[in-house]
Design a protein around this ligand. Structure first.
Ligand code: GDP
Length: 141
């Protein structure tokens, strides 16, 4: 186990339904600490730039519309094996396939409106954290 940082996003469907506190509690209960956090509202272009890797996928347009449809909470989570742990706590992309007790099983509305994002590798985590945060905005213990 190693101490890692990962990028987490509470997506517009969850922020809109005031689930932010409940979702953060799920991370904290499993040992992930919030070391940077802000609530922002992305433009469609900014959402497209964040999800650039999916630009050629059929769901890209819908994903960008959704991610720019309201405020999101972007945060850096820190903890042992934070990247994998965050994804376990989120559950599968498709909420129908997510394990009980995961964020997506409990809260997601659909495959697109699936309440949370988490980086999927250490390289992606580094890129995604620096997409949203400068070094000065991240707490160092
Ligand atoms: P994640 O890492 O579990 O978020 O999944 P991906 O990186 O593969 O996809 C990014 C986001 O695009 C997902 O969280 C969904 O919101 C959306 N998405 C992925 N695959 C599909 C799909 O097949 N259909 C739709 N409608 N949305 C999808």
């Amino acid at each position: 186990m190693s101490l890692e940082k990962t990028l987490s996003i509470i997506k517009p469907d969850a922020v809109k339904r005031d689930l932010t506190g409940k979702i953060i509690a799920m991370f904290e209960e499993k040992g992930l600490r919030v070391v940077a956090q802000k609530k922002i509202w992305l433009s469609k272009e900014q959402a497209g730039s964040f999800y650039d890797v999916h630009r050629d996928r059929p769901f890209f347009g819908e994903l960008c519309e959704f991610m720019s449809s309201g405020p999101i909470v972007v945060q850096v989570l820190e903890g042992n094996s934070a990247i994998e742990l965050n994804r376990e706590i989120m559950g599968a992309t498709n909420p129908d396939q997510a394990e009980p007790g995961t964020i997506r099983k409990e809260f997601a509305l659909s495959m697109t409106e699936n309440s949370a994002h988490g980086s999927d590798s250490s390289e992606t985590a580094r890129e995604e954290i620096s997409f949203f945060f400068s070094g000065l905005e991240i707490l160092q213990f």
